[in-house]
Design a protein around this ligand. Structure first.
Ligand code: OAD
Length: 249
């Protein structure tokens, strides 16, 4: 693979020289905040705590949503105690300094917004809103939480008592905001790929559309099609970006 190791100093230089930088984040950016990723060691698909095939499968959800709501209750129980990581905050600081155009995230946690990032493209949706699958009524996050406290499976107060589904993208559903993400990728001079296994499509194709350099930071190897200007740092995100930050700020 045509991929070169990169130091924090070189990464800082690329950020300072680029006129159009975007970040593509995955679950690995939030592990240091206490949210397990999916496929890393200790990830929710690896530990067997949830059935990875079923949690986000849209056909299974229609048939039996209990596994998804078990996952949702566990996530909701942690959200109030969450703090963004150093890397979330670093990305927000870069944006404020005019050095980052946008964060494209696969994550459904709210940590980028909590850190202060303004332009966050949530390609896998979020829990901010939910909808009744029968009548389309919209529920905000607080209303969903209230229903989860009252009912095993949240249902709408409409005539059909429809199932309420958070606006999170499931396997088998269209990925929202891909046109915006693709356009950002194509315009980018630098793409920072942070804590994603790059195994879930169509998001995993975004680095292949990048207009310039791609820097991947991940504690584990990541497969990428060969291309020039590909860099890899085999480090934990917070440790790598603490060093990058000292060069920039
Ligand atoms: P994965 O769990 O597949 O990958 C997370 C990656 O982050 C792994 O490669 C880890 O090695 C790495 N990692 C974990 N902690 C790290 C740290 N502190 N520093 C550096 N690297 C770290 O997560 P995603 O690629 O985001 O989809 O998964 C993609 C999609 O799969 C998710 O959005 C979700 C899931 O099914 C939906 O919910 C639709």
């Amino acid at each position: 693979m045509n991929i070169q190791p990169i130091s924090p100093q070189k990464c800082a230089t690329l950020i300072q020289q680029s006129k159009m930088t975007i970040a593509l984040s995955g679950a690995g950016i939030s592990t240091a905040a206490g949210i397990p990723d999916f496929r890393g060691p200790g990830g929710i698909f690896s530990t067997g705590k949830y059935d990875g095939q079923l949690v986000f499968d849209i056909d299974h959800f229609h048939h039996d949503p209990s596994e998804f709501f078990r996952f949702t209750r566990d996530l909701a129980a942690t959200v109030d105690k969450l703090q963004p990581t150093f890397t979330h905050e670093f990305l927000a600081r870069l944006e404020t300094a005019g050095l980052l155009e946008a964060v494209v995230t696969q994550n459904i946690d709210p940590l980028h917004a909590m850190a202060g990032s303004q332009r966050v493209v949530s390609v896998h949706g979020s829990y901010a809103t939910s909808h009744c699958l029968a009548c389309g009524k919209s529920y905000d996050y607080q209303q969903l939480l209230a229903l989860l406290g009252q009912q095993e499976i949240p249902r709408c107060d409409c005539e059909s008592q429809g199932l309420i589904k958070p606006d999170v993208v499931f396997f088998g559903e269209a990925v929202t905001k891909m046109p915006e993400a693709q356009s950002l990728a194509a315009q980018s001079e630098l793409m920072l790929v942070l804590g994603s296994s790059l195994t879930v499509y169509p998001v995993a194709m975004l680095p292949g559309l990048a207009g310039g350099a791609v820097v991947i930071v991940n504690t584990q190897p990541v497969q990428l099609p060969p291309a020039p200007n590909r860099y890899f740092a085999a480090q934990s995100l917070d440790s790598f970006f603490r060093q990058v930050a000292t060069e920039i700020f």
